[in-house]
Design a protein around this ligand. Structure first.
Ligand code: TYD
Length: 334
């Protein structure tokens, strides 16, 4: 089976590639990534000589680059390629429109043109907007409120439209917040972990009582694997754990895991348009496909903190931007 993983050098894409190579012998994985600030080939250094793995540098918004791969035949595309950080989308939305909307359009066109049998699109619970009470299920209306979530919602609508209009075999997935090893240290959990490891303070937005639902990366990989094999094309699946907590509670857990006191918390100005709460109903995935999360939030968080503590080189190179030279050293100069 030949699988194209777009955004393969990012946090979730690289975790999925590790998962696929570990769990399947008869797989060929092509990792496709633009290597923007968040794409890091060092996250895949342990598999770069595996004969089942290939890396191609490119942007999903570039039809020629995509067609060069897809025209040779792929059995499955999993699209992780995206601009994902809400704060960046507030500062400069342009890249979010280019990658998250135009990029997905380009992929859909390639899937249509070359009859790719299955296309899994990774999206977010943020498309449903803030949910003050209850849960969003797969039929809830989209009410995105940030440039990031609006770009993801637009892409989801395109996916649905391509299925209805052209019969493109796409499955949409909406996931809660991911966490785990290899996440770029701009998101809440890795940023706070790294600041505390350095004895710095952590910037809690507003009152810190915003609620997010969290999933450990490997559980998300298991869900995508199952959806790719057994999901119904043209449909959407929510991927959630039900573990919903205010940011401040996570902050306190991290303070405890890293042996720091409350003086390390700094309350800062709230994010513009900050969604107060997300909550996903993921019963469809559980009852129809039999998926359940396997890692508790506490275990996942402890594993994640331990990983950052023991991978200082990855982290330092990531923070300094030095990892971007890795591609040239390891791939171009071979
Ligand atoms: P984030 O990891 O950016 O994910 P998302 O915005 O996609 O949910 O943020 C998670 C929550 O943590 C969100 O409510 C914003 C908050 N947050 C802070 O309070 N401080 C920070 O420095 C960051 C990055 C996030």
């Amino acid at each position: 089976m030949k699988i194209l993983v777009t955004g393969g050098a990012g946090f979730m894409g690289s975790t999925m590639i590790h998962y696929l190579l570990k769990n399947y012998d008869d797989v060929q994985v092509i990792s496709f990534d633009a290597l923007t600030y968040a794409g890091n080939l060092e996250s895949l250094s342990d598999v770069q000589d595996d004969s089942r793995y290939t890396f191609v540098k490119g942007n999903i918004a570039d039809p020629q680059a995509i067609e060069a791969i897809v025209s040779k035949g792929v059995d499955l595309i999993i699209n992780y390629a995206a601009e994902t950080h809400v704060d960046r989308s507030i500062l400069d939305p342009r890249a979010f429109i280019d990658t998250n909307i135009y990029g997905v359009y380009t992929l859909l066109e390639a899937v249509k043109k070359f009859n790719v049998p299955r296309f899994i699109h990774i999206s977010t619970d943020e498309v449903y907007g803030a949910v003050m009470e209850g849960e969003s299920d797969e039929h809830s209306a989209f009410e995105p409120r940030s440039p990031y979530s609006a770009s993801k919602a637009a892409a989801d609508h395109l996916c649905h439209a391509y299925h209805v209009t052209f019969g493109v075999p796409v499955i949409m997935t909406h996931s809660v917040n991911f966490f785990g090893p290899f996440q770029f240290p701009e998101k809440l959990i890795p940023l706070f972990t790294c600041n505390l490891m350095d004895g710095k303070r952590v910037p809690v937005y507003g009152d810190g009582m915003q609620i997010r639902e969290w999933i450990y990366t490997l559980d998300h990989c298991r869900a995508i694997d199952l959806i790719a094999q057994k999901g119904n094309v043209g449909e959407a699946y929510n991927i959630g754990t039900g573990h919903r907590v205010p940011n401040l509670e996570i902050t306190h857990k991290l303070l405890e895991l890293l042996g720091c006191d409350e003086s390390h918390i700094e309350y800062v100005k709230d994010r513009a348009g900050h969604d107060r709460r997300y909550a996903l109903n993921s019963q469809k995935l559980r009852t129809e496909l039999g998926w359940e999360p396997a890692t508790s939030f506490e275990d996942g968080l402890a594993k994640t903190v331990e990983w950052y503590k023991t991978n200082q080189t990855w982290l330092n190179r990531c923070r300094s931007g030095a990892y971007q030279q890795y591609y040239e050293q390891q791939y171009l100069l071979r």
